[in-house]
Design a protein around this ligand. Structure first.
Ligand code: AMP
Ligand code: MG
Length: 406
């Protein structure tokens, strides 16, 4: 049986990223950048005021104090968006607002709250009184202090997060190259399964994977295509797989990959010419798991049990979908925390237990650990990797794998 790492390496090693598309930045939020973007501009673009106040020459205010305030002549006013007033001479200042360019000669801003506006003098210009010195460059946002023209803004493989979207727009970038949306067909197999809204006969259950995985896929930036439930019938499964492979880059099936008499997925896939690369991974839950290739598309055959399908999605499908998009980091984020209870795995496979991490980092089991315990899964926000034949003690510090919606 393959180790998890071997299985992951075989999946990600076989997948090359889909071709990029060049689209308007406004359409690209959440997409995976496929061509690095460098800064065409400095940020800030010019020295500008961080406050509403007065641009001054700090040297003029060296001796300012409460008993001896310095009087400055206000020679101009610049609102944000206006060109700055002319150079300031000795004893002069200019009214500025947040974002206004700093006039030439000025090297600091005094907040408007810290000045007294004196009456107009004989030349009908306003004057202000300042009773404290100001450090050079106080309240001035310097050109290029955040980002310098030519700096790398985002590299290939990074997701266009809200912060990156803001940065690229601030740079006036109109178009970006991102991975095209990856289409993923979701095929649930099982004669016992019913669609939501349908009445249940005894021994029937509602299907529960397609919509949970569709949400996950959307969050990863892929486009899920949900197909109707297929019964445990070789020909029906073969036909559905044929259609799903024609319409998608990836097909995710659930159920029917074990060794039961009705487990047709692997055989139907092979009948279409699909190549099964492996179908067992040494993890719990999720031992039966099929991975294979067909005409440039990929099959992930997930186990039918809801928890097994969810866990194998996180550990094996997620890195595959991210590789297809060209994402540069495939691992689930791992966070340390403290166990509130002992946890043991007497079995022979690594057990990815469903846990709940609270705000302070305390980790407890999310509930029953059976591969059918969907109630516990819904409460979980992490996976704890427990080695075969091992026990972890209460209060031990351990690492938990988290996911996007945890
Ligand atoms: P299988 O892998 O097809 O043998 O299914 C294993 C278990 O998971 C059985 O109890 C199935 O009824 C259940 N199961 C399979 N597929 C689904 C599904 N899509 N939704 C809910 N339960 C399922
Ligand atoms: Mg089944």
């Amino acid at each position: 049986m393959l180790s998890l790492e071997e299985a992951q390496a075989r999946i990600t090693g076989a997948i090359s990223p889909v071709e990029p598309i060049r689209i308007d930045l406004t359409e690209a939020a959440g997409g995976i950048v496929r061509e690095a973007v460098s800064a065409p501009l400095n940020l800030p673009r010019f020295d500008n005021s961080a406050m509403d106040g007065y641009a001054v020459r700090s040297a003029d205010l060296k001796a300012a104090c409460g008993d001896n305030p310095v009087s400055l002549e206000v020679v101009g006013e610049t609102a944000a968006g206006q060109a700055s007033t002319g150079p300031l001479g000795e004893g002069q200042c200019a009214r500025v607002f947040t974002g206004s360019p700093i006039p030439e000669g000025a090297d600091a801003v005094v907040m408007q709250e810290d000045v007294v506006v004196a009456s107009q003098d004989e030349s009908s210009r306003s004057r202000i009184l300042v009773s404290e010195p100001v450090a050079a460059w106080e309240f001035v946002r310097l050109v290029g202090e955040d980002v310098k023209a030519g700096d790398l803004l985002v590299t290939s493989g990074k997701r266009l997060s809200p912060g990156r979207m803001g940065l690229l727009s601030a740079m006036g970038i109109e178009k970006v190259s991102v991975a095209r949306p990856v289409k993923v067909g979701l095929v649930a197999t099982g004669s016992e399964l019913r669609e939501p809204g349908e009445p249940l006969q005894s021994s029937q259950i509602y299907e529960s994977h397609r919509y949970s995985l569709a949400g996950f896929l959307r969050q990863l930036g892929a486009t899920p295509v949900v197909y109707p439930i297929v019964h445990d019938d070789f020909e029906a499964i073969r036909q559905r797989l044929e259609l799903a492979f024609a319409e998608n880059d990836v097909v995710l099936t659930s159920g029917g990959v074990s060794v039961g008499a009705f487990d047709w997925v692997k055989g139907a896939f092979q009948a279409l010419g699909g190549e099964v690369d492996f179908w067992k991974v040494a993890i719990k839950p999720g031992k039966p798991f099929v991975w294979g290739k067909l005409n440039g598309g990929f099959l992930f055959g997930l186990p039918g049990n809801p928890v097994s399908a969810f866990v194998t999605f996180l550990l094996l499908v997620r890195p595959g979908i991210l590789s297809l998009q060209g994402v540069d980091s495939l691992e689930l984020p791992s966070h340390p925390g403290k166990l509130t209870e002992p946890v043991s795995n007497p079995g022979a496979r690594r057990h990815f237990m469903r846990v709940r991490v609270d705000k302070t980092g305390n980790i407890s089991l999310a509930g029953g650990q059976g591969s059918h315990h969907l109630g516990a899964l819904a409460e979980a926000n992490g996976l704890l990797d427990v080695a075969p034949g091992s026990t972890l003690n209460a209060n031990e510090t351990v690492s938990v794998l988290r996911w996007e919606w945890s």
